[in-house]
Design a protein around this ligand. Structure first.
Ligand code: ZN
Ligand code: ZN
Length: 345
């Protein structure tokens, strides 16, 4: 049986499994419009996920060939993975924020090896040890790109313009730019009365930005072509507060389950990050490279048990926290250190 929930008011969710992932599934939302059903995200590109999406659409009384359009909250493969197949089957348009469309374009156009070269340079600069870099050197030498970001995600054909109402017949859906988890992440605010008359200002499709029981990964934006020093964690915290002020009656996230109390959840996440930043500043009483900081930080398991790929992601998260601490004047790079170490001011 497909796992479908009717949220009423022309909104349903379909749980589309993510293979071999503790998150379990992506909640793909189906929004009825006067021109046909529109999907918010599509799910992971895998045959079982595709079958679950197709079965879910049938259970909702429609069919994948009927899809009018696809709104993508952000470029990650558990959200955008099946967009190409949906477009192929239905002729639907695909819409995404310009900043994430840029990421997709870059991924599609990158020469094989560009990403590896970028990753090696970045990890070496962060103080990664030789044993972490060695497999990357080997992969580059052998021309292997397996396990790297999907090479051919669908290029969107429409832009989600933040602040504007989306062109959806019979619906009031407004895009809100919420960078942080990715540079072009958007939440979609359904500015219609809650179908169960819950108090508040409509409903929010929150993607990965606001989840009931998980703090989403915030790392660097990882653009090999752009040396701009961004502050993704600062972006994330700003976007969180913007979302908290909307006063929505209910949140429909892309993982876990729908929930109420958006403002309380935002406050919890802000506090979590403030505490974490404070803790890291304490750790930086002695200078540490980003790699050493990642080794010292508290994760969901001891560093020794964190698998290889997750360590790369963890270092990116440590770097995002360092950026934030440097930007707020609490931490500074140690002059002349190589690789650069950071210390509390
Ligand atoms: Zn994501
Ligand atoms: Zn996700």
């Amino acid at each position: 049986m497909p796992h479908v929930i009717d949220h009423r008011g022309g909104v349903r969710s379909i749980a589309v499994p993510i293979p071999d992932n503790p998150l379990g599934h992506t909640l793909v939302h189906l929004l009825e419009t006067d021109r046909g059903p529109v999907l918010i995200d599509t799910g992971w590109d895998d045959p079982a996920s595709w079958d679950a999406l197709a079965a879910g659409l049938t259970a909702c009384g429609t069919d994948v060939t009927e899809i009018h359009g696809v709104l993508v909250t952000h470029h990650h493969p558990d959200h955008h993975g099946l967009s190409a197949r949906v477009r192929e089957a239905s002729g639907a348009w695909i819409a995404m924020h310009a900043a994430d469309t840029e990421v997709v374009r870059r991924t599609r156009e990158a020469e094989p090896g560009t990403w590896l070269t970028y990753l090696i340079g970045k990890l070496a600069a962060a103080g990664a040890p030789e044993e972490h870099l060695a497999p990357l050197y080997a992969a580059r030498a052998e021309g292997r790109t397996r396990g790297l970001p999907d090479e051919r995600p669908a290029l969107p054909d429409r832009e989600i313009v933040p602040g504007e109402l989306l062109d959806l017949a019979g619906r009031r859906l407004r895009a809100i730019w919420t960078p942080g988890h990715t540079p072009g992440h958007v939440c979609l605010h359904l500015e219609e009365a809650h179908p169960a008359a819950r108090p508040g200002n409509g409903r929010l499709f929150s993607g990965d930005h606001l989840l009931p029981g998980i703090s989403p990964h915030v790392g660097l934006y990882e653009d090999p072509d752009d040396a701009t020093v961004t502050d993704p964690l600062g972006d994330y915290l700003d976007s969180l507060e913007r979302i908290g002020r909307l006063g929505v009656a209910e949140v429909l996230p892309a993982h876990q389950h729908a929930f109420t109390g958006a403002a309380e959840r935002v406050a919890e996440l802000v506090t979590h990050h403030e505490e974490r930043l404070g803790g890291l500043r304490t750790l930086l009483a002695a200078p540490l490279t980003p790699w050493q900081l990642a080794e010292t930080m508290t994760w969901n398991r001891p560093w020794a048990e964190i698998p290889y790929g997750s360590r790369t992601i963890a270092v990116s998260e440590a770097e995002a926290h360092l950026r934030r601490l440097v930007k707020t004047g609490l931490v500074e790079p140690v002059p002349g250190s190589e690789p650069v170490a950071y210390r509390a001011v």
